[in-house]
Design a protein around this ligand. Structure first.
Ligand code: EZ4
Ligand code: CO
Length: 405
């Protein structure tokens, strides 16, 4: 089965998505997600100009060889643009293999390890009471795990919450220049411990609670936060600190039993190898779109399993429903699956373009028996929502110093 054409689409149904479609001489096609938030067109060009021409005529079944060809063959290796492109090709080839076999991708990976996939939802509010009210609504809808984020009093805009009370992802289709946000570690500490104290008082101990620090703390500050949050029993504390220096997580680990999660920006197994091997984290959060697709996530997941690290794939709305479907197949199979982040199946325009067979009920998600990934892409519908340049925010300390967003 030969690859005959590779097409790249970028659409903006409320936010930008980059989609790859691979056609074969068997009449079967596959789709993959190559969305790199804020740098979308770099991946489009990379795919069209540097990847697609090398793959025409190759065997669509040779997923592993094509992965190695694109990774080793590029000489420069690694990198967000490179791995997003490889990821989309890889997903599309798994989609094709599943369709050719008449099997859903999870069956090709080894079959079901569980009946459904546990999700955690987001409650992001203007203040503690607002966040907890939103969490209460999610609990009513059947979610058993909730990520809590609250705006910080005294700071104009905070990660997860916009000042104008709009959902924080809504504006990402329309940010022609990066907006700026502010950060104060002191003000954050005053709020976040109280947030989790009140959450436990209100919801009791049966609900799972999570929190994303979004890399704003130094390792010793993360260690202190982990300690202060221990009484409130988090499922995990996400992105407490940047781990470019993976050794730095030893500082956090030595001081706290709060479980740690990281990995949504990672591109390769090398970005998390030491964290996993030294058991410095509990959950690895790599995304299929940003870390090289299903082939790479399967490998990272198996490696993590040896060290009792569970998988918890990134589930932000800047990953298209194709990536979510890929995660669902991995999550259904992986023996060491932990939990899946979930922010809904997308707005009406997204659902019109990406028709997914994944179903959600009572805080759980389920793959279908559809062959391949079980998600389709409507090119004509996508054309109605052309690309809009858009950026993630940047973050500054109160004195103007550029900080981690
Ligand atoms: O800010 O995907 O856990 N989720 C997150 C996300 C990220 C966005 C960045 O593009 O941290 O919301
Ligand atoms: Co995150």
């Amino acid at each position: 089965m030969k690859i005959t054409a590779i097409k790249v689409f970028v659409c903006s149904p409320g936010r930008n998505f980059v989609t790859v479609k691979i056609h074969t001489d068997a009449g079967i096609y596959g789709i993959g997600d190559a969305t790199l938030n804020g740098r979308e067109m770099a991946v489009v060009t990379y795919l069209e100009e540097h990847v697609a021409p090398c793959l025409i005529g190759r065997d669509a079944h040779a997923i592993e060889d094509i992965w190695q060809y694109l990774y080793k063959g590029v000489y420069w290796r690694k990198g967000a643009v490179n791995l997003a492109a490889i990821a989309a090709i890889d997903m599309a080839l798994w989609d094709i293999k599943g369709k050719a076999a008449g099997l859903p991708v999870y069956q090709l990976l080894g079959g079901k390890s569980r009946q459904g996939v546990t999700l955690y939802a987001h409650a992001s509010g203007e203040n503690i009471a607002d966040t907890l009210d939103k969490a209460a609504q999610l609990i009513d809808q059947g979610y058993k795990a909730i990520r809590l984020q609250s705006a910080i009093p005294g700071l104009p805009v905070t990660y997860g919450v916009l000042g104008d009370k709009k959902d924080y992802y809504e504006l990402q289709g329309n940010r022609p220049l990066p907006p700026e946000e502010q950060w104060s570690t002191k003000k954050y500490f005053n709020l976040v411990v109280e947030l989790f104290k009140q959450a436990r008082e209100r919801f009791g101990n049966d609900i799972h609670l999570l929190h994303d620090v979004h890399s704003r703390l130094t390792p010793i500050e993360s260690a202190r936060l982990g300690k202060l949050l221990e009484p409130y029993d988090l499922l995990f504390l996400e992105d407490a600190s940047i781990a470019e220096n993976q050794d730095s997580y030893k500082i956090i680990r030595q001081h706290t039993t709060t479980p740690l999660a990281i990995g949504e920006t990672y591109n390769t197994i090398w970005d998390c190898k030491d964290l996993i091997q030294n058991q410095l984290i509990d959950y690895i959060r790599v995304a299929a779109t940003h870390a090289g697709g299903i082939t790479a996530l399967r490998r990272i997941g198996d490696f993590a399993n040896i060290y009792n690290v569970k998988t918890a794939p990134h589930g932000a709305p800047d990953l298209s429903p194709i990536c979510f479907a890929a995660h669902m197949h991995l999550n259904t199979w992986a023996p060491n699956f932990g939990i899946q982040e979930f922010v809904g199946l997308g707005n009406e325009q997204v659902k019109q373009i990406f028709t997914s067979t994944v179903t959600v009920s009572d805080g759980m998600a389920y793959v279908s028996e559809a062959p391949g990934l079980g998600v389709d892409f409507d090119e004509t519908a996508a054309q109605q929502y052309p690309y809009k340049r858009s950026y993630l925010p940047v973050s500054r300390l109160e004195d103007g110093t550029l900080w981690n967003w």
